[in-house]
Design a protein around this ligand. Structure first.
Ligand SMILES: NC(=O)c1ccc[n+]([C@@H]2O[C@H](COP(=O)([O-])OP(=O)(O)OC[C@H]3O[C@@H](n4cnc5c(N)ncnc54)[C@H](OP(=O)(O)O)[C@@H]3O)[C@@H](O)[C@H]2O)c1
Length: 337
C-alpha cells in the first residue's frame, strides 16, 4: 500500500472549532488532560489497510478534538506498520500540530525474533522504543507503556527501564497496561521511589468485560493513576452492525483472529436487548456503550477503534447523553447477567 499509494495532495487544515465540543478529563494526579474519547490504531492503520482511509480517520479524530492517539510497536499487520503509516501521516498532515497531540506507544508482546524481542527486559523495552520513535519520525512519545506484565523479569528491572526512558527524554510519561491491581500497586511503588510515577493504566473494559470493576478501578482512584479503557465496544459487538448478521467487511467478517463469529453469535441476544434500550434513550448502541463506561468514576478516557471517519463521528456523540436512570442501569445489569 505504501509504495503505490496515490495520496490526496490537498493540505489538511483542521477545523478551528476542534476544541469546542470535546470534554477533557485530568489524568490521575498529573497536569495532563485527555479527551473523554481517544483513538486507537490497533486495526485499520497497517500496510494491508487503505492509507487514505487511515488518514481520513485521523483527520476526523483531530477535527473532533481527539488529541490522544494510542499505538504500540506491534500494531499493523505487519508489526510496526501502524507506527510507520502514522509517521507518514504525521509528516503529511500534522507536522504543525505535534504539540496538540498526546501520542502513546507500547512494548511487551512479541515483536522481533530471538530472546530480546518480547516481554519486559530493559534490553527489549529500550530498543523497542527507539524503533518506535524511528518509525513514527518522533523525538519522543508522550506516554510509553509496558504492554503487559512479565512475571519472569524482575519488576524492578522493567520499571527501571521505563524510568530510564523518561530520563533520556524519549517519553514524557509512562504507563502500565493489562497489569492486575496488585501488579499495578507493586509497580507504582517502585516507580514512585524512582521519581517517575505511573501516569496511566490501560485495561480492557466494556459492558461485556467487567472484571476490572471491583479491584483495579478502586486501586487506580486511590493511587490517583489515570485509567484509559480499550475495546469499549467489545471490538464492534456493542454496535448495531451485527444485529442482522455478520457483514463481510466487519472485524468478525474479515479478521477471524481477534473477534470470532461464534463470539458474536453467543452474544447476539444481549446485543439486541441492549440495542432496544439504547433506542429508548435516543442513542445508538455504540453511544450508549461508551456513555455507560463514562459513568465509572475511575475512567479518564475511553479508547475506541474505528474503521471509518463516520464511525468516530457516531461514537463521539456518546458524550451528549451520559446520564442513566437507576432503572436503566438495573436493566443493563439484568441483560448482562
Ligand atoms: N493495551 C492493550 O493490550 C490493548 C488491546 C487491545 C486494544 N488496545 C487499544 O484499544 C484500541 C481500541 O480497541 P478496539 O479496536 O478493540 O475498540 P472497539 O472500539 O471496541 O472496537 C472498534 C471496532 O468496532 C467497530 N466500530 C467502531 N465504531 C463503530 C460504529 N459506530 N458502528 C459500527 N461498528 C463500529 C469497528 O470495527 P469494524 O468496522 O472493522 O467491524 C472498529 O474498528 C486499539 O486500537 C488499541 O489502541 C489496547
Amino acid at each position: 500500500m505504501n509504495i503505490n499509494d496515490k495520496s490526496n495532495p490537498t493540505p489538511y487544515v483542521p477545523t478551528p472549532q476542534r476544541y469546542q465540543e470535546m470534554q477533557y478529563n485530568r489524568c490521575g494526579n498529573s497536569g495532563v488532560l485527555l479527551p473523554k474519547i481517544s483513538l486507537g490504531l490497533w486495526h485499520n492503520f497497517g500496510f494491508y489497510d487503505s492509507f487514505e482511509n487511515a488518514r481520513n480517520i485521523l483527520k476526523k479524530a483531530f477535527d473532533l478534538g481527539i488529541t490522544h492517539l494510542d499505538l504500540a510497536n506491534n500494531y499493523g499487520p505487519p508489526y510496526g506498520s501502524a507506527e510507520e503509516n502514522f509517521g507518514r501521516i504525521l509528516k503529511k498532515d500534522f507536522a504543525n500540530y505535534r504539540d496538540e497531540l498526546f501520542i502513546a506507544s507500547k512494548a511487551g508482546y512479541d515483536m522481533w525474533p530471538g530472546p530480546y524481542g518480547n516481554h519486559g527486559s530493559k534490553k527489549y523495552l529500550v530498543a523497542s522504543l527507539d524503533q518506535s520513535l524511528q518509525r513514527m519520525g518522533l523525538d519522543y512519545v508522550d506516554v510509553f507503556y509496558h504492554h503487559r506484565p512479565d512475571t519472569e523479569t524482575p519488576l524492578e528491572e522493567t520499571m527501571a527501564a521505563l524510568d530510564l526512558m523518561v530520563r533520556q527524554g524519549k517519553t514524557l510519561y509512562i504507563g502500565l497496561s493489562n497489569y492486575s491491581h496488585e501488579e499495578t500497586l507493586n509497580a507504582h511503588k517502585i516507580l514512585k521511589d524512582l521519581g517517575t510515577p505511573c501516569l496511566i493504566h490501560q485495561s480492557k473494559y466494556s459492558m461485556f468485560e467487567r472484571s476490572r470493576e471491583k479491584t483495579l478501578f478502586p486501586t487506580l482512584l486511590n493511587e490517583k493513576i489515570g485509567s484509559i479503557v480499550f475495546s469499549p465496544l467489545a471490538q464492534g459487538m456493542l454496535t448495531d452492525k451485527y444485529i442482522d448478521g455478520i457483514p463481510a467487511n466487519s472485524r468478525a467478517g474479515k479478521d477471524k483472529t481477534y473477534l470470532q463469529t461464534d463470539t458474536v453469535t453467543q452474544n447476539l441476544e444481549k446485543i439486541k436487548q441492549l440495542h432496544e434500550l439504547a433506542v429508548s434513550r435516543g442513542q445508538k448502541l455504540s453511544q450508549m456503550a461508551i456513555a455507560w463506561i463514562l459513568t465509572q468514576p475511575a475512567i479518564t478516557s475511553v479508547l475506541v477503534g474505528a474503521s471509518s471517519p463516520e464511525q468516530l463521528q457516531e461514537n463521539i456523540k456518546a458524550t451528549e447523553n451520559t446520564l442513566f436512570s437507576e432503572e436503566e442501569l438495573a436493566k443493563i445489569d439484568q441483560i448482562l447477567s
